[in-house]
Design a protein around this ligand. Structure first.
Ligand code: A3P
Ligand code: MG
Length: 319
């Protein structure tokens, strides 16, 4: 076992995220949108089982941390599954914390949006953390599939990031989280992904659709550029929107877990973005406690404005 990602890990992350995404599109087609609860649970669990099985087969020695593999995930039932069958469990904590390679996955990020007809702001996250000799280890590979938008964003073996367009024609014109129309007809099948710089004097900040943190409104008032808050579901879809130039930043605090940001942060860093905690500290993964409650992703030119602005409104930060 190496302590670094090998070239195939980047490809594998993207293949698995995209395949889970296709599975989820099939679940939506099969079940429709009449029973949102059943659709969410079935999507979460079927994608989880697919990814757990595929990773166990392709990387049998690696540890896995999945949102749906926790012992606390109870009461969810996938349609068509054995009612008594519990989700496949994560690697035990003690083993995960001493492992050299840990896959951190969110089988369905933006579960709420997945269950709403017509919404395309939901994602599949597959990230690989490796022990690299440093105390915190590092994210070595990551992929974020946006199945309803027909694209996957991923890291590559050169240290950069790629935008992969799935099945041309699936999503030629797609609706972004804020209802904007994003036309991807001209995109090549695969190309380099670099975070674009914002226009001067203006900053579009993505926030949660359903629980936008109040402090981001305060931040918007406190900083110099003219700020527009753009509600989008899913951490992966929001960070992808930054990397695709649909917004300029994602700011969140008040609660989240490692699986919500590991894969999108890996891609963001590889695409040249700034990605950190809201106090500027590095994002750290494969910790004993998977809570990772806040994050800032933006182009590096906006980082000091946003970090200073956040510090200035820190009395409003959720505790
Ligand atoms: N305050 C909070 N506490 C815990 N998780 C949160 C959270 N705010 C957002 N999240 C998680 O972050 C992801 C993106 O949320 P949002 O769309 O509101 O921005 C969601 O993941 P899941 O959909 O995988 O549960 C959501 O559960
Ligand atoms: Mg999530």
């Amino acid at each position: 076992m190496t302590d670094q990602a090998v070239a195939d890990d980047h490809v594998l992350a993207a293949e698995l995220a995209a395949a889970a995404g296709r599975l989820l599109l099939g679940v939506r087609d099969e079940m429709g949108f009449a029973d949102g609860r059943a659709l969410k649970d079935t999507g979460d669990l079927r994608s989880h089982e697919y990814l757990m099985g595929a990773l166990a087969e392709r990387c049998p020695g690696d540890a896995i941390l999945s949102e749906e593999g926790r012992s606390s995930v109870a009461g969810k039932r996938a349609e068509g599954a054995d009612a008594d069958a519990a989700p496949t469990a994560n690697t035990a904590d003690a083993q995960r914390l001493s492992a050299d390679r840990v896959w951190i996955i969110d089988p369905l990020d933006g579960t709420r949006e997945f269950s709403e007809e017509g919404r395309r702001d939901w994602a599949v996250h597959v990230a690989l953390w490796v022990r690299d000799g440093s105390p915190a280890g590092r994210l070595a590979a990551g992929a974020v599939a946006l199945p309803a938008q027909g694209v996957t964003l991923r890291t590559d073996a050169t240290g950069g990031a790629l935008l992969v367009r799935e099945e041309p024609g699936v999503a030629d014109a797609v609706t972004g989280g804020a209802g904007s129309i994003v036309d991807r007809r001209g995109l090549p099948r695969e190309g380099p992904l670099h975070v674009p710089a914002p226009d001067a004097g203006k900053l579009r900040i993505a926030v949660s659709r359903t629980r936008p943190p109040e402090f981001v409104r305060r931040l918007a008032d406190a900083i110099e550029p003219d700020v527009e808050l753009v509600p989008i579901g899913s951490a992966g879809a929001k960070i992808s929107a930054v990397l695709l130039g649909e917004v300029d930043a994602y700011v969140h605090a008040g609660g989240q877990y490692e699986w919500d940001s590991a894969a999108p942060a890996a891609v963001a860093l590889a695409a040249g973005a700034h990605a950190s905690r809201v106090d500027g500290a590095a994002l750290a993964y494969n910790r004993e406690d998977p809570r990772l409650p806040d994050i800032l992703v933006c182009h590096p030119v906006s980082a000091s404005t946003l970090l200073t602005g956040i510090r200035d409104v820190s009395d409003a930060l959720p505790t």
